[in-house]
Design a protein around this ligand. Structure first.
Ligand code: MTE
Length: 332
């Protein structure tokens, strides 16, 4: 993000690419030890870089989380899948820094176990889920979605998760629940940029109830057949494929049902630039730049042509009716 102030065609690694399990385990133990002591801080960051150099960021490092082929309409694009390396080293996760490479370098300090997600607010069945139970709540599917950032870049990623609607149905929203708010982790001890003035923490995002219930809205636990790497929002994030990437909150700890439109993190930071809806819309420019085209990460050659951005990021057939009759220039 920029603010004023400042048939799945993807390749899985061949066995020789995969970090041997023993080495990986040793590294994990080392990281655990280092994470404890103050003297370890510098070494921990060295170990993080070392892990990266040795192939963290390649399939094979993390626990497998395969998903069955999805039957949801629009859930699988035939476009070329972005390389895992690009998807896991070019990130926005401001809790770990504002440069695209910062999350991959810094997010090893995120503690994802134990992890709970509280579901609260206007529901009949409020409950705090241990992440292990949340993962098991419904069958994992693989969805190959485009993710387009408001900054003008995009990727194609095989996400693993299930429709958020499956969880929503379980907790039984009350009749007056109109919005769903996603509150993410904000722990200054493990997230070095929480406390920086760039955003009002925690990072909060929200959807209207019908958007949250749309089967394309994915509660996401993995990508490329594995659990999410920390920098991608482990252990659970949202992916809303027809909205700009920032609507897809990472490392969610609370899901709250409300009757009023929640204030979201980017809207609070710059309301004239980041509206509540934030649907991908090539016809509505960001106040400071066009949204008509995009650069696909991995197609960076000198002569690479920009792609035309599609209405609702190409998911118009599935979600267009949610906005029938709305002035999308006003509700951007
Ligand atoms: N979630 C949290 N908690 N913090 C963030 O800074 N950045 C958002 C979104 N979710 C962000 C976040 C933005 S701006 C984008 S574009 C996407 O995550 C990027 O997701 P990716 O790194 O998987 O591509």
């Amino acid at each position: 993000m920029l603010i004023k102030t400042g048939n799945s065609g993807f390749t899985h690694s061949i066995p020789s690419d995969i970090t041997p399990q023993g080495v990986y385990q040793q590294r994990r133990e080392l990281m655990k030890l280092l994470a404890g002591g103050a003297a370890g801080a510098a070494l921990a960051s060295w170990a993080g870089r070392e892990a990266l150099a040795q192939g963290a960021g390649k399939p094979g490092k993390l626990a497998a989380l395969p998903g069955a082929k999805s039957a949801v309409a629009g859930a699988v694009t035939m476009e070329k899948v972005t390389d895992y390396k690009d998807a896991s080293t070019y990130n926005n996760f401001y809790e770990f820094g504002t440069d695209k490479g910062d999350p991959a370098k810094n997010a090893h300090t995120l503690v994802t176990k134990p992890w709970t997600v509280a579901v609260e607010g206007l529901v009949k069945q409020p409950r705090t889920y241990a992440i292990e139970d949340l993962i098991k709540l419904s069958a994992q599917e693989e969805r190959i979605y485009r993710l387009r950032c408001v900054e003008g870049w995009s990727m194609v990623i095989p996400w693993v998760g299930y429709s958020l609607a499956d969880l929503i149905k379980k907790v039984e929203p009350l009749g007056n629940a109109k919005y769903v708010e996603f509150i993410t982790q904000a722990d200054p001890k493990t997230m070095p940029f929480v406390g920086s003035r760039v955003l009002d923490w925690p990072y909060v995002e929200a959807l209207r109830m019908d958007e949250a219930m749309n089967p394309l809205t994915l509660l996401t636990f993995g990508m490329y057949g594995e659990v999410l790497p920390n920098q991608s929002g482990a252990p659970v994030r949202l992916v809303v494929p027809w909205k700009y990437g920032f609507k897809s909150g990472k490392s969610i700890v609370k899901i709250r049902f409300t009757d009023k439109e929640p204030r979201t993190a980017w809207n609070k930071a710059a309301a004239n630039e980041y509206g509540f809806y934030s649907n991908v819309n090539p016809a509505v420019d960001h106040p400071r730049w066009s949204q008509a085209t995009e650069r696909r990460i991995g197609e960076d050659g000198l002569f690479a042509k920009k792609r035309k951005t599609l209405m609702f990021n190409g998911y118009e057939a599935q979600v267009g009716q949610l906005y029938a009759g709305m002035d999308l220039k006003k509700f951007f």
